[in-house]
Write a protein that binds this ligand. Sequence first.
Ligand code: AHR
Length: 512
Amino acid sequence: MRKSTIIIDKDYEIADVDSRLFGSFIEHLGRAVYGGIYQPENISSDESGFRQDVLELVKELQVSVVRYPGGNFVSNYFWEDGVGPINQRHPRLDLAWKTIEPNIFGLGEFVNWAKMAGADIMMAVNLGTRGVADACNLLEYCNFPSGTKYSDLRKAYGIEEPYGIKLWCLGNEMDGEWQLGRRTMEEYGRISAEAGKAMKLIDPSIELVSCGSSSKGMPTFPEWDAVTLEENYDYVDYLSLHQYYGNENNDSNDYLAKSDDMDDFIHTVVSVCDYVQAKKRSRKKMYLSFDEWNVWFHSKAEEENITNRHPWQMAPHLLEDHYTFEDALMVGLMLITLLNHADRVKIACLAQLVNVIAPIMAEDGGVWRQTIYYPFLHASLYGRGTVIKTVVNTPVHMTNSHGEVNDVVCSAVYLKEREELTIFVVNRNLSEDQELILDVRSFGKLEFLEKLVLISDSLKKENSLNNESIKPLKDFNVNMDKQKVKTVLKKASWNVIRLKKEAKEMRGKNSA
Ligand code: AHR
């Protein structure tokens, strides 16, 4: 059997994990809002029309922050359409997805929903077809207490207290040819600097995210990131990254190596940020917001069919990827990559949350968890602590486009208050199991809490409303021996190994 060892020394801390790493995204797109989080006619919905079965799963995932209202949608977003009495609102053409936006669910409804979900809001402004003034008006409506045009409008609509939204995106994917109101890097640098400057005058407590390249594959990457940051560096706090992966060539070996590409992407963006910081002689460090990441490829043909052949529907089935078991492994690998960069990546949004490339699916008859739900759940529950550097000794295997890659990929998170160590591990060798030795001697005596695994007899297995067969199992086949943990990682598996300081040791420490 192949063998891997992982050494984890508790003194080699990378960084504390920002809880906003477990964020997600709701866009006015397809059935994310209508038929997703909001569906008054559904049996599970409350008096506001919010589906309680969906909310239960969102809460189970402990989603920390939700980006809204787009995405591509935001680049022609007219927030005023979705505030005030619902019976006075009008539908509008959504040019991003060629659908009809009814404006029944708007800003205030989203704020109420996010409160119920226990999540903060990451709000985006339209820097595509609108600009600085509109961004200021929206911020004034949301965060200014009273006595001005837009704060008083909010109060007139019965919302006395400001929303106090702290996190704002300055547009979306402004480098993309598909983006309404796309800008050149010089144009975006200027408008984002001016919007940022003005917005921070209105509310200096907010944090701003500048649009980085919309993927590593953009021809203007990484120049876009450098040029725009040079212009807006003093006004923004984060640079965004977006990346989706897929198994378009049906080459699973190659597919699962793509998380190494995400790792490279983050390294390059960190270098760009540090280059601009040095060039500007600035004391300020720029952090990263990976505010769109996921697997997205299953639904591409259907998307083309709806947006181009059958446009102007309301809430059509768009971007409804049904995820396979191997997609769950990929999402796990991406989570591990994000955790290992916790020193610079402070915000990350799994795109998206419900129905649209989502971990949660809502149908008229109920909700169900996609395969990718589980790695996110595990990381969100057990990944909030301090990331510890791992030294990994593992065999490699050959891939078609990424050369030799490691079999075993992992991240370790220590929760100091609870003295719990969690190791997230993927064995991305698809044909062989792996004996794993975890060397955790620096932690003193640890006891085994549990090992959770996602395994499957087929990489292509999916879940559905009536069959959630891909779900975590407990693996008891773990031996603890003198601060070494021995276990077997099944071929193609997601593993969560949870250890805790031994109770005797903890008692000794407390009574000392
Ligand atoms: O998440 C789906 C879309 O992907 C978003 O609207 C856009 O920002 C990205 O291209």
